[in-house]
Structure formats: C-alpha cells, structure tokens
Design a protein around this ligand. Structure first.
Ligand SMILES: [Fe+2]
Ligand SMILES: [Fe+2]
Length: 352
C-alpha cells in the first residue's frame, strides 16, 4: 500500500481500465477524469495521467495538480500517445517525472510507479537507475551528434559503456533490463538492451576484457543510423509499406557512413553497424552476405539484436517472454549461427 493510494486521471477510461486494475494489485487506485477535484486527493502517493496533452482540459488538469500545496514532490507518470521530443518536453514541463507509451504493459506501469514513489528502494535499484540515466544521456548526445553532424563523438560511447558495465556488475542483467523498461526513448532503450545482452554474452563466453568492451561499444552504436531516420517512421504503429521498409533498412548504411566519418570508430563498430541484419542464408541486408562472409562480430550482435527486438513491447504485439524469444531464435537455424545461439541461451536464460 502506497500512502493514500494513487490517482489515475484519464480521458480514455476504457483504455485505462487495465492499468487501474494492475495498480489496484498494489494500492487503492481512484480513476478520475480531467475535471478531477485535486483538493480531495491530498496525500496520494503518485498520479498516473493517461491524457491527451494537446487538449486544454488535460493541460489544465496537470497545471491544477501542480498548484496543490501538497503536490510539490508528488511523482506523476504520463502515459503518452506521442513519443516525439516535443510531446515529451511538454509532459515534463507539466510536471511528469516519467513518460511511457500508453500501450505499456500494466505490470511495467506498476513497476514504474513503484520506482517513482520509492527511488531508494534497496539503494541498488537507485544506483542502477542512475547508471541507466547516465548511459542513456550519453547515448542521447551520441545520437544527437550523429543526426546533426553526421559523425560521432566516440567519447560519448565510453560514457555509456562504463555505467552499463557497472550496472551489470552491481545488479546483473535482469535488473538492467528491468530498469530500461521504464525508459521512454525506444531507440536508446533498444541500444542499451542490446549492449547489456552483448556484455552478458561476452562475459559468459569469457572473451578477454578488451574484446568484451569492443563488443559492447559496437552494440551501443549498431543502430546509430536510426538517428537519420524520420522519427515518425521509427515510432509508426503497425506494418511498414515497401517504401517505408526501404527507408528503415537504410539505417545500416547510414550508420556505417556516420561511423566512417568518425575518426575513432573501430572495425567492430563499422562491421556491427553495417552487417547486423545480414543472415547466414543470404536473406539479410544490405549486402545479402552469406555464410563465412559474415564476421563473428556481426553474427554475435545479430543474435543480441533479434532477442532484444522479440522481447521489446511493440504497439501491435506484446513482448515475448525470454523462453519464447529463445525458442524463436533456435528456430532461425539457417539464419543465425546455431553455436552462438546456444551459447547465448546459456548466457542469458539463467539471468533474466
Ligand atoms: Fe538495426
Ligand atoms: Fe537493432
């Protein structure tokens, strides 16, 4: 039970019903519309807002909350329809402590509320969250530089690598992945998940430390070409048409070009960025490489990348469980290196 419970304020009551139900497993949850009388809810532990922040009534609702004398440090979690920079900035200006897509699975919303209400839970979670925030911040700088200047500040990669390795050392892979679930930028989150998986995998197969770092750095930048893909396409719900698919696929060549323009990029980064969607049977892109033509680095990152994608939530399908994702990987025997897939399974399944 958290304080006086939580208020879920929504202009989509039917959509919010699953979140209200999940929150009630934790604490009393009052569902209200944007016209809610906040003074009646002094003492609540948190507010979850599933509101269209483009609407005046929704904005006024959150502004009225901020005017309450008791609401100073009250955590507000916004469930968002749009994940654009502008929408996220607006939500934070209106007092959101965190933002998640509106389709976020209910148990993840509950975890996010718990984390917001009790950020020092066990100390360890707070450390890992701080590491994740530092790593994501550095990755944000990296993608920004890639989008603006077309090349990377490789020092920013290292600013992500160290907090990531520290987190894994402190709390293990499961906590790292759990912490990232609440991160609101889908591309950074994906890169940090792939890098965490790569770190776990590389440590499990006892690569030398220098090689572990090389693989983690390559994993962090494998999708850097997405910095140059329109955000509307990255966030599109539902299937892509042929033109959109071609644009999306160009992220591998864009990423390779960005890294080639970055003097400190090493061969593993260039290889991972260009070839992580190649498949052993030649069905991948952009070069249709097959068999021996695909390097170990590209095979290794490809497995982490596919597993990450399968276990990520998407607007149009639920996330797979680790077991389901591993079964899917094992079924891709002609596309992914079977020996690596088995080793990856052993590295991951005891840890998530
Ligand atoms: Fe990719
Ligand atoms: Fe990826």
């Amino acid at each position: 039970m958290l304080g006086q419970g939580v208020v879920l304020v929504t202009d989509h009551p039917s959509r919010s019903a699953v979140h209200a139900e999940a929150l009630r497993s934790l604490t009393p949850c009052t569902v209200a519309g944007p016209e809610v009388e906040w003074s009646a809810h002094a003492g609540v532990a948190a507010v979850v807002a599933d509101l269209d922040l483009n609407r005046t009534a929704a904005m006024q609702c959150l502004l009225a909350l901020r005017r309450q004398p008791w609401a100073g440090a009250l955590p507000v979690l916004c469930l968002m329809v749009r994940g654009s920079d502008r929408a996220l900035r607006q939500a934070h200006l209106l007092g959101a402590a965190a933002c998640l897509p509106f389709y976020t699975e209910p148990h993840v919303v509950v975890t996010a509320v718990l984390n917001l209400v009790d950020p020092d839970q066990g100390g360890l979670n707070a450390t890992i969250r701080r590491c994740a925030a530092r790593a994501a911040g550095a990755l944000g700088d990296l993608f920004h530089a890639a989008a603006q200047a077309g090349r990377l500040d490789l020092a920013a990669v290292d600013r992500s690598v160290d907090p990531l390795l520290e987190s894994l050392r402190e709390g293990g892979l499961a906590r790292w992945l759990n912490t990232l679930r609440a991160h609101d930028d889908v591309t950074y989150r994906h890169c940090l998940v792939v890098a965490g998986l790569a770190a776990q995998f590389a440590a499990h197969v006892r690569f030398p430390l220098a090689q572990q770092r090389r693989l983690v750095r390559a994993a962090l930048v494998h999708d850097v070409g997405k910095a140059r893909i329109p955000r509307s396409l990255l966030l599109k719900r539902g299937a892509l048409d042929a033109t959109e698919t071609a644009v999306m696929r160009s992220h591998v060549e864009l990423g390779h070009a960005i890294l080639r323009a970055s003097p400190d990029a090493d061969a593993a980064m260039l290889d991972a960025a260009r070839h992580h969607h190649e498949r052993l049977d030649g069905s991948g892109y952009p070069d249709g490489l097959s068999g021996e033509a695909i390097s170990d680095v590209a095979r290794f990152i490809a497995i982490c990348d596919v597993y990450a994608a399968l276990t990520e939530r998407r607007p149009f399908r639920p996330a797979m469980t680790p077991g389901e994702a591993m079964a899917t990987l094992a079924g891709m025997g002609r596309q992914l290196e079977p020996g690596f897939v088995q080793a990856f399974g052993r590295a991951i399944l005891g840890s998530v």
